[in-house]
Design a binder for this molecule. Structure first.
Ligand code: IDP
Ligand code: MG
Length: 139
């Protein structure tokens, strides 16, 4: 079933000049970009995006990291896009990520882990709407 997911190329990966490599991996896996936006989050934008993690001990550090430099936010579309992207990303901790995954290739540690991907249809819906009006999504 074709679905959409939200991906973010995080500040660490943008700094490492990995934008092209990561988007190539999405395309090769059949995840078509249908919206792309480059921006730098304010702290408040990061806090609103990660509101589900508000009570976690790493919340403040995560939001500081996510607002530390430019990011690329994408809507990806394809069959089973949510799970496909999670598989492509690898485990949250790059040290535990499988060979061939984005986090294995580009992640430094459990916080600086290169990419974000929605984890369910409900979060994908919230996350896509957080950054993109319907009119800015093609296809
Ligand atoms: P996910 O990105 O694989 O879905 P989540 O548990 O949703 O992982 O956590 C969101 C983000 O918070 C992670 O991608 C990572 O950047 C950061 N994070 C998760 N767990 C930790 C931790 O234990 N310490 C520091 N940062 C963390
Ligand atoms: Mg998550």
């Amino acid at each position: 079933m074709s679905e959409r997911t939200l991906a973010i190329i995080k500040p660490d990966a943008v700094k490492k000049n990995a934008i092209g490599d990561i988007i190539a991996r999405y395309e090769k896996a059949g995840l078509k970009p249908v919206a792309i936006r480059m921006m730098q989050f304010s702290k408040a934008t990061a806090e609103g995006f990660y509101v589900v993690h508000k009570a976690r001990p790493f919340f403040d550090s995560l939001c500081t990291f996510m607002s530390s430099g430019p990011v690329v936010v994408l809507v990806l579309q394809g069959d089973n896009a949510i799970k496909k992207n999670r598989d492509l990303m690898g485990a949250t901790d790059p040290a535990k990520a499988e060979a061939g995954t984005i986090r294995k290739a580009h992640g430094a540690n459990i916080e600086f882990n290169a990419v974000h991907g929605s984890d369910s249809p409900e979060t994908a819906k919230f996350e896509i709407a957080y950054f993109f009006p319907q009119t800015d999504i093609v296809g």
